[in-house]
Design a protein around this ligand. Structure first.
Ligand code: AMP
Length: 588
């Protein structure tokens, strides 16, 4: 497949905002790729060069991209910089200046999907001395053989700023449409994706062996599994009813979710976060303990890493655990404030897939594997069949400084990537407040007025994720509770992702001072969910949606462990609205 065709489809994708249209265009584009091209084409369409968990950085800076455009078109660096200022987008600059090139086109060679992908990968992987020059040379080679439209997308890809606005769900439906003509095979494709977290792999297997092949995709070591998520219910009664009268109740730790992949023979450990980024360098004591404490050759276990004082039995707040998410000083921290892993699940053991086994069996095996460990401990838990027992355990957890409990159905499998009632969380309910925090995506921000003018930041427009429509629906404007440092920080990071108009997947009827590409998630506490004509959350074609009342940020800045698609969903907000009404009735 020629890259020219890819660029043509990317332009078409950019010009539509309806999700169905996006799916059709993408299905047609994917249908043009042959088996070998499928994986690279999918990664590139995601704006990546590999599955996100590999963390391949695109690796060319704006300055060097400008230099490459200058060399490839004959314009001076100053002219390129001036044009970039005008367009606000180096991709558009590359396009315009390629069209007006001052140089004779030397090459009649055309780019194809594989050649572009390989060159971009080379640019990304070149490091060390002289690497910038080598990267620029490769980028110039790409640009000199490119049409203006190709140049637009090559530069955006090389900068890691393709942002076509297609989420994973849209790509999965496009794959379904491509292979079956319908969107209905999404469920099978999504299942496979939840197990391997690699859309490129799913697409490749689909191209090679059809849906049947996709259904055979199994758990494999060092390919993270998309984590199971918990539903909410407001009372012990309702939880037990949902669990058919009996369930396990585990302590809910407020730390970092960690999925540990271990291969003793290779002395290799990899730890993935909730949004599947590699956490291994940040949790050296847990990686080490995985090799010495877990009685298995090869395994995938999951738990919550948290700062915990063994001597006093005291759990430290999330703010202390999260300090690990930094680049320097980890070794010192791992001594002064060592983390423990409270393990709660087992997904793979010595070649055997555990996802389909019932919870009680996974848990029993997990306990036998980590028995006697010091750093890796089983999460606290009891089995209950009476609401009173559940409440008692819950109160004990709160008294111990924990967040609450997660109830687990004894016979259910591990449901990768989905929020199901086989796990139900119950958190402390503060008087007059929602019993749970929500995770919202920032889609815009406001300028500061009055005393805030100096920060040029006056608040956020925040949205939930609608996983049916694969878009972001606004639910609140957050205007209070920011520290000065937070305001400066938000302004700095959001300026880098500003968009001239409403971004592709954002559904909003209010307009902030600046739109931003949905990238960052913040955790928010609010007093109440109300019906509102201002926000699109749950509007579904009607006049009123749902909104948060008195929202304030409780995360320390943005949640680096969550991506936009991990935000609280529209469905959850509607469910929480229903629960809130039930609690109010009970209170009376
Ligand atoms: P939330 O982030 O509030 O939706 O709660 C779900 C999160 O709780 C999971 O993603 C885990 O990181 C965390 N968690 C803490 N303890 C447990 C546990 N025992 N079982 C499952 N998840 C837990």
């Amino acid at each position: 497949m020629l890259f020219e065709e890819v660029a043509y489809y990317y332009e078409k994708l950019e010009s539509v905002s309806s999700r169905l249209a996006m799916i059709d265009i993408m299905a047609e584009a994917l249908g043009k790729a042959d088996k070998k091209e499928m994986r690279p084409l999918i990664y590139m369409t995601q704006g990546l060069l590999g599955p996100p968990f590999e963390g391949i950085q695109m690796g060319i800076a704006e300055k060097f991209a400008q230099q490459a455009i200058a060399s490839a078109t004959g314009f001076t660096k100053e002219e390129v910089a001036a044009n970039a200022k005008k367009t606000g987008d180096l991709g558009n600059t590359a396009e315009e200046l390629t069209r007006k090139t001052k140089l004779k086109r030397m090459s009649s060679k055309k780019h194809n999907v594989l050649s572009v992908y390989e060159t971009l990968l080379k640019i990304a992987s070149t490091s060390g001395q002289g690497s910038q020059e080598a990267k620029i040379r490769s980028a110039v080679a790409l640009l000199t053989a490119a049409s203006p439209l190709e140049a637009r997308y090559l530069i955006r890809l090389a900068l890691g700023k393709l942002r076509l606005g297609a989420g994973d769900a849209t790509i999965l439906e496009a794959l379904s449409k491509m292979s079956t003509g319908e969107r209905s095979a999404r469920a099978e494709l999504e299942n496979a994706y939840n197990i391997c977290s690699d859309l490129g792999k799913v697409g490749e297997v689909l191209a090679e062996s059809g849906i049947k092949g996709v259904e055979r995709i199994k758990v494999s070591l060092f390919n993270p599994i998309r984590p199971a998520l918990a539903e909410r219910l407001p009372t012990a009664n309702e939880i037990l009813e949902k669990m058919h009268g009996k369930c396990a109740v585990e302590s809910k730790y407020d730390g970092l979710r960690a999925q540990v992949h271990l291969d003793k023979g290779k002395k290799k450990v990899e730890i993935f976060s909730r949004n599947l980024e590699k956490l291994t360098p940040m949790l050296p004591e847990i990686a080490k303990a995985a090799l010495s404490e877990v009685r298995a050759e090869r395994a995938i276990i999951e738990g919550e890493a948290i700062a915990y004082n063994e001597e006093t039995g005291e759990f430290r707040p999330f703010q202390e655990t999260i300090q690990r998410k930094r680049k320097h000083g980890i070794d010192e921290l791992s001594v002064s404030m060592p983390l423990h892993l409270f393990a709660f699940d087992l997904m793979f053991l010595d070649g055997e897939d555990y996802l389909g086994k019932p919870y009680h069996e996974r848990r029993a095996k997990l306990e036998s594997l980590i028995k006697g460990g010091k750093t890796i401990l089983p999460s606290g838990r009891v089995i209950v069949d009476k609401p009173k027992e559940l409440d008692k355990y819950f109160e004990e957890q709160i008294a111990d400084g924990l967040e609450g409990i997660v109830a687990k159905e004894l016979n259910s499998p591990y449901v990768a990537g989905a929020r199901k009632f086989s796990w139900i969380k119950l958190k402390r309910s503060y008087r007059g407040e929602l019993s749970d925090t929500v995770d919202l995506v920032i889609v815009g921000y406001y300028l500061g007025r009055g005393a805030r003018a100096e920060f040029q930041f006056g608040g956020l427009l925040a949205a939930v994720y609608n996983n049916k429509k694969d878009d972001f629906e606004t639910v609140t404007r957050i205007g209070t509770g920011f520290s000065e440092e937070q305001m400066r920080n938000f302004k700095k990071i959001l300026d880098k992702i500003k968009k001239p108009g409403k971004p592709a997947r954002v559904d909003s009827i209010v307009t902030p001072d600046f739109w931003v590409e949905p990238t960052y998630v913040v955790t928010v506490r609010a007093d109440e969910i109300t019906k509102s004509p201002m926000h699109t959350c749950g509007r579904d074609g009607g006049d009123t949606g749902y909104a948060l009342r008195f929202p304030r940020i409780v995360s320390d800045g943005v949640r680096e462990d969550k991506s936009p698609d991990d935000a609280t969903t529209t469905k959850e907000i509607i469910e929480m609205y229903g629960m809130q009404k039930r609690i109010k009735v009970e209170d009376k």
